[in-house]
Design a protein around this ligand. Sequence first.
Ligand SMILES: Cc1cc2nc3c(=O)[nH]c(=O)nc-3n(C[C@H](O)[C@H](O)[C@H](O)COP(=O)(O)OP(=O)(O)OC[C@H]3O[C@@H](n4cnc5c(N)ncnc54)[C@H](O)[C@@H]3O)c2cc1C
Ligand code: SF4
Length: 488
Amino acid sequence: MGKATGFLEFERIEEGYKPVPERVKHYKEFVIGLSEDDAKKQGARCMDCGTPFCNSGCPVNNIIPDFNDLVFQGDWKNAITVLHSTNNFPEFTGRICPAPCEAACTLNINDDPVGIKSIEHAIIDRAWAEGWVKPQVAKHKTGKKIAIVGSGPAGMAAAQQLARVGHDVTLFEKNDRVGGLLRYGIPDFKMEKTHIDRRVEQMQAEGVVFKTGVLVADLGKDSKVTNWAKETISPEQLKKEFDAVLLTGGAEQSRDLPVPGRELQGVHFAMEFLPQQNKVNAGDKFKDQIRADGKHVVVIGGGDTGSDCVGTSNRHGAKSVTQFEVMPMPPEMENKPLVWPYWPTKLRTSSSHEEGCEREFAISTKEFIGEKGKLTALKTVQVEFKDGKFNEVPGSEKIYPADLVFLAMGFTAPVSPILEAFGIDKDARGNAKATTDFTGGYATNVPKVFAAGDMRRGQSLVVWAIREGRQAARAVDEFLMGFSDLPR
Ligand SMILES: Cc1cc2nc3c(=O)[nH]c(=O)nc-3n(C[C@H](O)[C@H](O)[C@H](O)COP(=O)(O)OP(=O)(O)OC[C@H]3O[C@@H](n4cnc5c(N)ncnc54)[C@H](O)[C@@H]3O)c2cc1C
Ligand code: SF4
């Protein structure tokens, strides 16, 4: 522990944001990371409390007290070694993780938690700037061939781990670029895509072969998920050519809102809108891009995806942006003694909300209204959650003008024809069925086929995807070699 009295001397230091009028003009990141001095002070606040709840609050079990101390001591090189020992891609999580570790920080019981995420961000950015992040090429090859389907954080983490122990890894991706939802979904202003490109280069040097534009199996004819594949490979072909197959295809099936008027022009899934802007930012020409300029935009769904639609609509120059959430407004502050060290339900205002957004709670959409096939308004009603269901509040119907609606109500499951083509059993929610048990974990019912990430656990977080990718890599390595030295 660096400074015994640090938590008494120093206040939590937040990372800054560039001003709203400036940042809404572009799609670049706008978080101002901690200075070296501020990162040291932040590290000094860690109490090294003996039972580090932060460590189990973090899904990849980052060894937080150790890197806090190393940053306080100014030993940044060892800090990145500690951080990389549990997390392949801290530059992703240091930017977009909601930081459940901080909710679990012991200091959070009666004070502000240590700014763990900001320290993680500072360590990895420094490591890249200093040239400390290098390919780790396996000394011996095993001769085993592994196919990974889906290049999101789960597939990338698994591929990197497996290549580092000497396997020949090929990563298949139906879209034209690597990264999954990190690439097409999460806006560039939250995470610029050069961070993925750098890791792809590192992984190529480590021996991973990336095959983009290749769809494995079938999506079904009505699928609206992103697909820029130019060729298709069958599950049989993969199983024949590879010693093991790991499915990390995400949970891409958006939840729909089948109320009257759903077919009107102007009603879209969030995941039709967001990837188009990612593509434009990457320099691609996009015909008929969904644009929010000068329009009244309503985003249905109060989570991260909805918030990303808010930020993107404001950057387009929307006339108004309103976000609906069916649940009642949560309290501004959690009852800490009751909920600590768990992730609390409380009102969360994102940087996109700060850029301009009306937020409505306990509201449900009854109908999309239109003229000549085009959306013009929404009919809504206030709802109360009672006895396990939503009840309409009599007389609370309202009309909201709307030219564009984005449905951001979550994701139901993986696109099911893919799992069916492999013959994989599903769990009750339609995800690939596989346990996370120490022995036999991540294996599906189909011999030599494994599943991890959102495809196994349902739509979740980047940090959970990295954890599952790492653990599944160990399971595959053990299956092929009879033992594994990879961490779990
Ligand atoms: C808009 C949005 C914002 C989000 N914001 C955050 C955030 O701020 N913080 C956070 O922690 N999490 C966030 N999430 C959640 C997070 O992105 C996901 O939990 C995470 O990316 C899941 O990783 P994954 O590797 O399991 O799958 P994905 O990232 O979904 O990647 C799966 C990949 O597999 C490919 N694929 C699927 N089927 C096939 C096939 N048959 N053949 C070839 N390729 C295939 C897909 O094209 C995709 O590229 C967000 C999600 C969305 C939609
Ligand atoms: S990955 Fe997320 S939960 Fe883990 S230390 Fe970083 S910010 Fe915290």
